[in-house]
Design a protein around this ligand. Sequence first.
Ligand code: DC
Length: 223
Amino acid sequence: MERIINIAIDGPSGSGKSTLASALAKRYGLIYIDTGALYRTVGLYIQRKNILSTDTEAIIAALDGIDITMRLIDGKGVVFLDGEPVGDEIRTPKSSMYASDVSRIPEVRAYLLDLQRDIAKKNSTVMDGRDIGTVILPNADVKLFLTAGVEERARRRTLELKEKQPDITFEEVLADMTTRDKNDSGRKIAPAVPAEDAIFLDNGSLTIEETVEKAAEIIDGVL
Ligand code: DC
């Protein structure tokens, strides 16, 4: 059997994890798994059920009825909710905040854990998230921790969001991102912190191409 390889990419919101992960997936012929999309989909389900993102008890109870799966399509994990693929509705600022809130709940993380591990066990992947190197795949072949300053990350995210929401301002995005950073790295369970054996890659002053080249140098040195 072909050797399974897993690359873990963790880091804060807007650090460019998904851009890097999908470029690396293409370069090395791996499947790209965006684990944030899973938390965002739980958030979407909660929104659709009119449950507040802070109502932990109701969210835990709702997990029983939730049907989230991931199918591998064109080299990428696509998330399905109740048999339907989810799209851009999980990318709005409201959905981001819902995702961040639900991701603090241990039962939600436990619900999504096996799904992520099963995919990585059967497929060679590059998986991006917050706890891939620490919790989901502690034996990943390579662990990268991608960082950039919060202002730079907010600037990038504003540009990205403006395509679909022209009215959005840098200040709003920066405020959201600062809150989410605090939420994600300050939470008790699976905080977004680097694994002990993670390799840091600060891309605050790098282009996408430079970031991919640096990451590839690191990966080639390890594999
Ligand atoms: O990567 P993202 O911005 O799409 O993630 C959305 C939210 O989900 C983020 O606020 C933190 C949470 N998340 C998580 O807790 N663990 C992961 N592996 C991925 C995302």
